[in-house]
Design a binder for this molecule. Structure first.
Ligand code: NAP
Ligand code: ZN
Ligand code: ZN
Length: 351
């Protein structure tokens, strides 16, 4: 489709800078999307800094994308020009393995194709949503409900589905006490969904700074891990913990907050290995489970749930020129609660 403008990190840990690249031509099953907003996920920062290993550079991050369809391929059935759509963390998968057949494309046996920092089926690097346009096969594009504020919808495509999916999978709801560990992008969505599903939600944060916001988001209780006695006071109180923390922390202390048969849902993805004492699980038949984003079908279901419940993400909108500053603030846990890039700002530097 020709030259696309975006922002890229040219090497591991580099600041982001204007970058022009080629998108593939719009194929018969593709849609061309003009990107309006793209969220900043902590995974963008992990990958720009190559903290998980294997990062591909230049890297155009961004996998919380909303925009408008500006062109459709000849065989596209789901979308029309002018429609508002979304793209999340992956843009393709094998489509035939047992996981893909069940709608769990994120667990594709041969590996989903990431929206950025991946290789497409022709071995070309994929580039994400910190850019003006993207070309995606229609099967991997989401319909966006009209009634929701678009800026607040973008983060639903990763932070939203990553918390919605495991809370649904494990049946979190009425009569359950849920602890949300870490009140960032994922954490604040976990609070909203936990409350919407009927659970009683407690937020556990590093300091007291976010207490008021936690309550506004729907938590009934709040505690600071830095305050002495917190872990003793909350011992064996929770049916579920959802851990959204981006760095390694004391998992053994957190596990002890679970009741017998409690479930620790790990979605935070620190690069260091975790250290867990066997007896923290054995003695109370606790479960430790992981979860990765969500499939296309479930993401669409989540968007419909959000429309019905009026749920969006709480965002700070920034121009793309402020992306490095935003990364620094995310690293300081100083974001309420998701940065979203307004891609109209691209024109100021690169058009
Ligand atoms: P975020 O906005 O930075 O939120 C993380 C929060 O964790 C911070 O706001 C902070 O909350 C707390 N925190 C940070 N460092 C900490 C530390 N060293 N010890 C204790 N608490 C700490 O990040 P995010 O975008 O929500 O992503 C969170 C993690 O999930 C990242 O590792 C990301 O890569 C991962 N992720 C996983 C999936 C998946 O599919 N599993 C999908 C998306 C993202 P407080 O200020 O409240 O302490
Ligand atoms: Zn993400
Ligand atoms: Zn597959």
């Amino acid at each position: 489709m020709g030259a696309t403008n975006g922002y890229a990190a040219l090497q591991a840990g580099a600041t982001l800078e204007p970058f022009t690249f080629e998108r593939r031509p719009v194929g018969s099953n593709d849609v061309l999307i003009q990107i309006s907003y793209c969220g900043i996920c902590h995974s963008d920062i992990h990958q720009v800094r190559d903290e998980w290993g294997g990062s591909i550079f230049p890297m155009v991050p961004g996998h919380e994308i909303v925009g408008t369809v500006t062109k459709v391929g000849a065989d596209v059935k789901k979308f029309r020009e002018g429609e508002t759509v979304g793209v999340g963390c992956f843009v393709d998968s094998c489509r035939t393995c047992p996981s893909c057949m069940r709608g769990w494309e994120q667990y594709c046996e041969t590996g989903m194709i990431l929206t950025y920092n991946g290789l497409d089926k022709n071995g070309r690097p994929t580039y994400g949503g910190y850019s003006s346009h993207i070309v995606v096969n229609e099967q991997y594009v989401l319909k966006i409900p009209q009634s929701l504020d678009l800026k607040g919808v973008a983060p639903l495509l990763c932070a939203g589905i990553t918390t919605y999916s495991p809370l649904r999978q494990w049946g979190v709801g009425k009569g359950h006490r849920l602890c949300v560990l870490g009140l960032g992008g994922l954490g604040h969505m976990a609070v909203k969904f936990g409350k919407a599903f009927g659970a009683d939600v407690t937020v556990l944060s590093q300091s007291d700074n976010k207490r008021k916001e936690a309550e506004r988001l729907g938590a009934t209780a709040f505690a600071a891990t830095s305050q002495e006695g917190t872990f003793t006071r909350l011992a064996r109180q929770f049916d579920f913990i959802i851990d959204t923390v981006s760095g390694v922390h004391d998992y053994n202390a957190s596990l002890d907050l679970l009741k017998t048969d409690g479930t620790f849902i790990l979605v935070g993805a620190p690069c260091e290995p975790l250290s867990i004492k066997a007896f923290q699980l054995i003695l109370r038949r606790r479960r430790l489970v992981g979860s990765l984003i969500g499939g296309i079908r479930e993401t669409q279901e989540m968007l419909e749930f959000c429309e019905a419940e009026g749920i969006t993400s709480d965002v700070e909108v920034i121009p793309i020129q402020q992306v490095d500053e935003a990364y620094e603030r995310v690293l300081r846990a100083d974001v309420r609660f998701r940065f979203v890039i307004d891609l109209a700002s691209l024109s100021e530097t690169t058009r």
